[in-house]
Design a protein around this ligand. Structure first.
Ligand SMILES: Nc1ncnc2c1ncn2[C@@H]1O[C@H](COP(=O)(O)OP(=O)(O)OP(=O)(O)O)[C@@H](O)[C@H]1O
Length: 364
């Protein structure tokens, strides 16, 4: 009996996306079905190129076709992606699909390190990524990307002076560090810092992006309020160490995003410097800053626990040398890659279940 497109679609409608809990056909993830004799071709459009379930979904599709269409057919799924978005009402950055703010509470917990590695890892997966260093008083992104001496061009686009972001490792970057001499401290009042962030959002040529990451300053400040009042933020990520003082500050950051007037979904919690493993004793874990605090916090606030990064000398060295750890070929790189996949997955789940975040109108 001839194989029909209908029989293929029917077979694929038995395959579920485990995160979105619906079948691939209802989710509109199946395209370009074709049959050529005994060979079946179709495209599966995933919600992110960093999809950790890619291989599993591919195998499920092949098995479903063999089960429902025929055991002897050849199946050629073409796995692609189109990052989802809920952003459709904002006049600013219409071509940026997701805006993700990374905050911490306490300083020095590794928020910029995590952000830099997430950005590189998402870009390595094939996503279009931008990064705003919103830590106006302590920018570290230029160092972490080895481009401290770069200066962004300003071009007139549609009659408006527009900043052209610096591109490094495939990521578009902007930081106050590109606009001030490296050794000069930025001594500004809050409104000037807020105005710089607004320019980074609205006067910068971001083009088309799947993910725009925002590395926030520590704490809960003017900058945080400016961000949520300037643009609807898709979601946030909280970075903490397991230390008591860091967890206490992380709680405040969580409280800020959860405030009813702000209401930015929290996509995940990352526990950084979770434990130390010496190179000469790879099976030993020393919980220098305490154990289990990140997991407990995520359970307490019902936030997905998306990663536990060890304290590793090479992560610090990578940050200082401007080559993010995820660009190396080792277990630390794998851990950051897994973290980025978990984040991308949470963005897709959030987009499937929640409406666009509302821009905050006014908080005094
Ligand atoms: N997992 C890790 N292992 C080893 N060193 C790390 C790790 N994470 C971060 N570091 C190092 O800790 C220091 C602080 O990290 P980072 O600048 O990313 O923190 P931060 O939270 O962004 O700080 P702040 O917001 O106060 O500027 C850096 O020297 C960085 O290289």
């Amino acid at each position: 009996m001839a194989i029909t497109k209908e029989s293929i679609i029917k077979a694929l409608s038995t395959v579920q996306d485990p995160d979105l809990k619906k079948d691939l056909v209802s989710l509109n993830m199946i395209k370009d079905v074709s049959v050529d004799g005994n060979a079946i071709h179709f495209t599966v459009v995933l919600t992110t190129p960093a999809c950790p379930l890619k291989e599993m979904i591919k195998t499920d599709c092949i098995n479903a076709i063999h089960k429902h269409v025929g055991e002897d057919v050849q199946v050629f799924p073409n796995m692609t992606s189109d990052v989802t978005s809920t952003r459709n009402t904002a006049p600013l950055l219409p071509n940026v699909k997701n805006i993700i703010a990374i905050g911490s509470g306490k300083g020095g917990v590794g928020k910029s390190t995590v952000t830099a590695n997430l950005a590189v890892s998402l870009a390595q997966s094939g996503a279009k990524v931008g990064l705003i260093d919103a830590d106006i008083f302590g920018p570290s992104i230029p160092t972490m990307f080895n481009c401290e001496h770069e200066q962004p061009e300003v071009k007139e686009i549609n009659g408006k002076n527009t900043i052209i972001p610096i591109e490094q490792y495939g990521i578009k970057l902007i930081s106050i560090g590109f606009l001030t001499p490296p050794d000069n401290a930025v001594v500004w009042r809050g409104p000037m810092a807020s105005s710089a962030l607004k320019q980074f959002i609205s006067d910068t040529d971001w083009g088309e992006l799947d993910y725009l990451l925002i590395d926030l300053p520590p704490g809960t400040s003017d900058i945080h309020l400016t961000l949520v009042q300037t643009i609807p933020v898709t979601g946030s990520v909280i970075v903490t160490t397991p230390q008591k003082v860091a967890l206490a500050d992380a709680k405040k950051a969580i409280g800020m995003f959860k405030q009813p007037q702000i209401n930015v979904p929290i996509l995940g919690l990352v526990e950084n410097m979770a434990y130390f493993t010496p190179a000469e004793l790879p099976d030993n874990k020393y919980f220098i800053f305490g154990e289990g605090g990140g997991m407990k916090l995520s359970e307490q606030f019902d936030i997905p626990f998306i990663g536990q990064m060890p304290l590793v000398q090479s992560i610090r060295e990578s940050g200082d040398s401007g080559l993010p750890a995820v660009m190396k070929d080792d277990v630390t790189a794998d851990a950051f890659k897994e973290l980025s996949q978990k984040l991308a997955r949470q963005v897709a789940i959030r987009n499937a279940n929640l409406a666009e975040t509302k821009k905050v109108e006014m908080i005094n």
